[in-house]
Design a protein around this ligand. Structure first.
Ligand code: ADP
Length: 159
């Protein structure tokens, strides 16, 4: 039984995240999507809302479950019997930081990190860019799942 974790902020989940989650779910027995709850970082959606959105968009993937975490991902891995962290790499710009983080996690806790290259369709895609474009009226309908688009539009109109 190989259980992996896909950690992130997911504020909100995009088609790029979903692509990585789905591909990890094809490879491993179980995938936990771990939503980082970081009270010191401002987010558009609360951690509970981000979890809710992820559950909705991954409902057709039976071996995916969604959980919240704070603190160190390696502690989450230990507590949940997770074999490895799976991360998506978009561009070389992601690489330096991700490599450092992976080495730190291995050094500190022996936790492995596996990198998956992004689907080229989503290589430019990040939650922050989606929020920025949408906030100025940009069309992000091809970049996030429909349920997310709806909640995003509502939230930005409230703001
Ligand atoms: P972001 O705000 O940049 O979308 P997250 O912390 O929510 O960042 O991302 C969580 C994980 O998902 C990270 O490993 C990140 O590299 C990966 N990821 C985010 N967007 C994409 C994408 N478009 N393609 C592949 N992986 C992605």
């Amino acid at each position: 039984m190989i259980r992996v974790v896909c950690p992130g902020s997911f504020d909100p989940v995009t088609n790029g995240h979903l692509d990585i989650i789905g591909r990890a779910a094809n490879l491993y027995d179980q995938v936990i999507v771990a939503v980082l709850r970081n009270p010191s970082k401002s987010s558009l959606f609360t951690a509970d809302e981000r979890v809710e959105l992820l559950r909705e968009v991954s409902k057709d993937l039976p071996n995916v479950r969604v959980a919240k975490f704070n603190g160190l991902i390696v502690d989450f891995c230990r507590a949940n019997d997770v074999s490895a962290i799976v991360k998506g790499l978009r561009a070389v710009s992601d690489f330096d930081y991700e490599m450092q983080m992976a080495q730190m996690n291995y050094n500190q806790a022996g936790v492995e990190t596996l990198f998956m290259t992004t689907n080229p369709l989503y290589a430019f895609l990040s939650s922050s860019l989606v929020k920025e474009f949408a906030s100025y009226g940009g069309d992000v309908s091809g970049l996030v799942p429909p349920g997310v688009l709806e909640k995003l539009t509502t939230r930005l109109n409230e703001a």
